[in-house]
Design a protein around this ligand. Structure first.
Ligand code: ZN
Length: 201
């Protein structure tokens, strides 16, 4: 596993000094994350380090549970797919409202390396979230009208509820990725001596 070292040190922080990306079937990926209650420098420092970790792993979104921090925080930069562009956003205690319609997109996840599959998502919805300074914001997204960010936030929001993208797949889709899931399960067992939270499908 890769790690990102912090420049600063917070010995009594809620957040670890060193962020380590975890993979399926790590059990933290299955926990419901807790609300953020304090918007302080430690939180903002953690968010900055989440961006470092996301960039290092070439992601466009990363949720706190993916670095073993079971808090309702995720970050996105959906424009990173395009050369020289960026749109960094922090989403804290987010909630999804007024979902309408369905759409699908081929998704991947930093916690499921080398697995990609088409996932059904809501097409239009509002998302309400706080930023790292405690300001609340409501954003309306319409995927089919071009808001790719709408796919990213639905994927990341799942992580805060202990859900992962493979939970949305059909049995036929699971069959196609079964071998790769087994490889990740074997790697986890080898590293920890434990089976982890294995998908029962
Ligand atoms: Zn993910």
């Amino acid at each position: 596993m890769n790690t990102v070292r912090s420049m600063s040190h917070h010995p009594h922080s809620l957040y670890p000094e060193q962020l380590e990306l975890i993979h399926y079937p790590h059990p933290v990926l299955r926990k419901r994350a807790a609300e953020v209650e304090v918007f302080d420098d430690a939180l903002r420092d953690f968010c900055a380090r989440l961006f470092e970790c996301m960039v290092e792993h070439k992601g466009i979104g990363l949720a706190a549970p993916q670095v073993s921090v079971s808090k309702r925080i995720f970050i996105t930069d959906h424009l990173r797919r395009e050369e020289g562009k960026s749109d960094r956003r922090v989403w804290i205690n987010p909630r999804l409202e007024f979902p309408v319609g369905q759409t699908s997109y081929e998704e991947g996840c930093l916690s499921f390396p080398a697995i990609y599959a088409k996932v059904e998502r809501h097409n239009r919805f509002d998302i309400v979230a706080f930023n790292e300074w405690g300001a609340e914001q409501r954003i309306s997204l319409d995927v089919e009208a071009g808001d790719f960010l709408g796919i990213v936030v639905q994927h990341e929001l799942d992580h805060l509820d202990g859900k992962v993208f493979v939970d949305h797949l059909t049995p036929a889709q699971i069959t196609l990725i079964r071998r790769r899931l087994k490889e990740l399960e074997q790697a986890f067992k080898k590293a920890t001596g434990k089976a982890g939270a294995v998908l029962r499908r």
